[in-house]
Design a protein around this ligand. Structure first.
Ligand code: NAD
Length: 475
């Protein structure tokens, strides 16, 4: 199979190609066009050309096309989910039941919302001020390899619905489902040039794209390191930067123990642990620490690791051999740093023959972790849990905030006052109380500190994809 760029509604061959590999089997899934500055130039020109007409299309008409794209995704869930699972190793139970259906919802939600964009009025005795929200123009949308389809649609849906045009660049490690998105967008009737796709590596295709002078906004999801680089290369533009995390999952001794345990396991081992909002630092009150650690490790030992196409598999393969090596390196480091490894480690998991060449690592649990250890400070981005004891609320807050990141956070307690105090004190863009991460598309999604700037979701997406203008009329 060959995947080409999509520019101005046409499939454009690459000068070079790279392979995208199934991380469970190492089979080559497709040859993918490797773009650079020339392809970026054509794609941005096509998006710029398409912009005025699309921006001036009535919102109700844009909404129809955007909703139609949602319908087409909904009709193709099994096919897209299987492609996604093969391309990035996320298990089918997640891609088929959660992630791809959520992608359709992204289009439904923003189709509705774009018809309701309103403004504010600020009347004074001398002037009537009111706000207009204009589309921004050509947007660069850059996506990582974890949950690639959902992330791409989370950007494409508001971008297009609000009247912008886009050049989307997927991760070189997981480009397949976005290529399908491009086909479905054309099938839905979205005009040529409104959504363009340039495939390729970050340095070759991503950097010229963000630096392009006709690109007005950059919506980026990826690592903090790349985010910093993009801000420098892009110059003055609108930014939404959704970056890395090392989110605290705080369990007090008065929490609903069983629910907290379930959620803690889910937040670090689902999506293979390759999740930006993973609760990767589990802070547990000393009063329940021993019981919690025992039960957590016992459950982690029983997690099914294996074929991502098997509905019962919880942990699939890591995205690449390089990423597997990184995760294994952190397991070695945890042992060297003196954390206590309760399960998992460097032994190869037993997996079915079909996937025996896969990039597998066992779900690993470290207890007695000191928050200053590197396993507690660095984003491992794999199924590796760090459990850290604390003695009181003040220490829990101090440890939760002792990190460069600030994406998500989780607080478990039955004490309502403490729940609100801790939620307010944690430095993070999001805090879930007595809950795992549950997304509502109206929430502001994003992080603080090294986890990023800007928020997307609901009216927060105006910040990225709309340009507010104040009109002041003299009375
Ligand atoms: P990455 O930063 O390596 O790559 C992300 C994307 O940026 C890819 O498409 C890549 O090709 C591109 N890129 C790389 N260098 C570039 C450059 N110089 N200019 C422009 N584009 C460039 O990240 P990754 O390894 O693909 O993804 C994992 C990271 O993403 C983790 O840190 C994770 O926490 C983060 N993430 C964050 C969120 C969030 O919402 N905050 C969600 C998912 C993933």
């Amino acid at each position: 199979m060959r995947i080409d760029h999509l520019i101005d509604g046409k499939s454009i061959a690459g000068k070079d190609y790279f392979e995208t590999i199934n991380p469970a089997t190492q089979e080559v899934l497709a040859e993918v066009a490797s773009g650079g500055a020339a392809e970026v130039e054509s794609a941005v020109a096509a998006a710029k050309e398409a912009f005025p007409k699309w921006a001036n299309t009535p919102a109700t008409e844009r909404a129809k096309l955007v909703r139609k794209l949602g319908d087409l995704i909904a009709q193709h869930v099994p096919e897209i989910a299987e492609t996604e699972t093969n391309d990035c190793g996320q298990v089918i139970a997640q891609t088929g039941k959660q992630l791809v259906p959520r992608a359709a919802d992204n289009f439904y939600y923003f189709a509705e919302m774009c018809t309701r964009v309103d403004g504010h009025t600020y009347p004074t005795p001398t002037h009537l001020n009111y706000t207009l929200f204009h589309p921004v123009g050509v947007c660069a949308l850059i996506s990582p390899w974890n949950v690639p389809f959902m992330t791409a649609t989370w950007k494409v849906a508001p971008c297009l619905a609000f009247g912008n045009t886009a050049v989307l660049k997927m991760s070189e490690l997981s480009p397949m489902t976005a290529a399908r998105l491009g086909e479905l967008a054309l099938e839905a009737g979205i005009p040529a040039g409104v959504l363009n796709l340039v495939h390729g590596y970050g340095k070759d295709a991503g950097e010229p794209l963000v630096a392009h002078h006709d690109v007005r906004a950059v919506s980026f999801t990826g690592s903090t390191q790349t985010g910093n680089r993009i801000v420098q290369a892009a110059g003055l533009k609108k930014f939404s930067m959704e970056l890395g995390g090392k989110s605290p999952f705080v369990v007090f001794d008065d929490a609903d123990f069983d629910r907290a345990l379930d959620a803690a396991l889910f937040m670090i081992f689902s999506n293979n642990g390759e999740r930006c909002t993973a609760g990767s630092r589990i802070l547990v009150h000393k009063g329940i620490y021993v019981k919690f650690v025992d039960r957590f490790a016992e459950r982690a030992r029983r997690i099914q690791v294996g074929d991502p196409l098997d509905e019962k598999t919880i942990v699939g393969p890591m995205i690449s051999q390089a990423h597997l090596a990184k995760v294994r390196h952190y397991i070695e480091l945890g042992l060297k740093e003196g954390a206590s490894m309760l399960c998992g480690g460097l032994d190869a998991p037993v997996v079915p023959d079909r996937v025996k060449k896969g990039n597998y690592v066992l779900p690993t649990v470290f207890a007695e972790v000191n928050n200053r250890m590197r396993i507690a400070q660095d984003e491992i981005f794999g199924p590796v849990a760090c459990i850290i004891p604390f003695s009181d609320e003040a220490e829990a807050i101090r440890l939760a905030n002792d990190t460069q990141y600030g994406l998500s956070s989780y607080v478990w307690t039955e004490n309502i006052g403490r729940a609100h105090r801790v939620a307010a004190a944690i430095e993070a863009g999001m805090c879930f109380v007595n809950s795992q991460n549950v997304r509502d598309l109206r929430q502001p999604f994003g992080g603080t500190k090294a986890s990023g700037t800007g928020r997307e979701g609901g009216t927060w997406s105006y910040e990225v994809f709309c340009e507010p203008k104040n009109v002041a009329v003299s009375m």
